[in-house]
Design a protein around this ligand. Structure first.
Ligand code: URA
Ligand code: SF4
Length: 207
């Protein structure tokens, strides 16, 4: 089975982890992507935000949530009273998965498979172990399935504080929609207000 496990160092902090992840070949996604996009932010953050996978911009720049979805997320976090500078942001899958009709054509995001999410899980498990956040904000269905299992339904649990054992540790989580879903929504303003409302639940859970 695909797994990042053989690439994960048993010792060292986040810098060592990030360095090792740059060479991960735990699943086929490393082949077509530009680089591993590891988590970033405050290494002692009280809140960890978990997205799906890097997008086109993140793949080019090597940092999570620096594209359009990230801009929207930063704005929503600030509005909800969560300082983005005090958060750690990462993704369930660390390589960009895409389809491309021809070379030099636009790269279109493709959802990672369950096998790929499972393969990449050991990186997220280590990030949780090292950062030890008080709260995890789950951004969308993919992150939810990666953390809470395939029965996860974002519409059923968004904006609530869940308690669950994640990779052997008791965690508190607040799920919400993915910021990319807000960008795609028919009523973008309503979708954005919904995201902010869920993030306000997270802000209250932290205070
Ligand atoms: N979408 C994600 O889920 N993660 C990113 O880093 C960027 C966009
Ligand atoms: Fe490794 Fe994850 Fe990249 Fe797959 S997606 S190669 S498991 S870092």
């Amino acid at each position: 089975a695909y797994s990042a496990e053989p690439f994960v160092p048993s010792r060292g902090g986040l810098p060592a982890l990030r360095q090792a992840a740059a060479d991960c070949r735990g699943c086929p996604l490393h082949r077509d992507a530009t680089q591993t996009v590891f988590g970033a932010g405050d290494p002692h953050a009280r809140v960890m935000l978990v997205g799906e996978q890097p997008g086109d911009q993140e793949d080019r720049q090597g940092k999570p949530f620096v594209g359009p979805a990230g801009k929207l997320l930063d704005r929503a976090l600030a509005e909800a009273g969560v300082d983005p500078a005090e958060a750690y942001v990462t993704n369930a899958v660390k390589h960009f998965k895409f389809t491309q009709a021809e070379p030099r054509k636009r790269r279109i995001h493709k959802a990672p498979s369950l096998r790929e999410m499972t393969a990449c899980g050991p990186w997220l498990a280590k990030e949780l172990e090292l950062v030890e956040p008080e709260l995890i904000v789950v951004l969308g269905a993919t992150a939810g399935k990666a953390l809470l299992g395939s029965s996860f339904r974002v519409t059923q649990v968004r904006g609530t504080v869940l308690e669950a054992e994640i990779h052997g540790r008791p965690e508190r989580l607040v799920p919400t929609v993915h910021p990319s879903a807000v960008l795609r929504a028919e009523d973008r303003e309503a979708a954005y207000r919904g995201l902010v409302a869920d993030l306000e639940v997270a802000a209250r859970a932290l205070s």
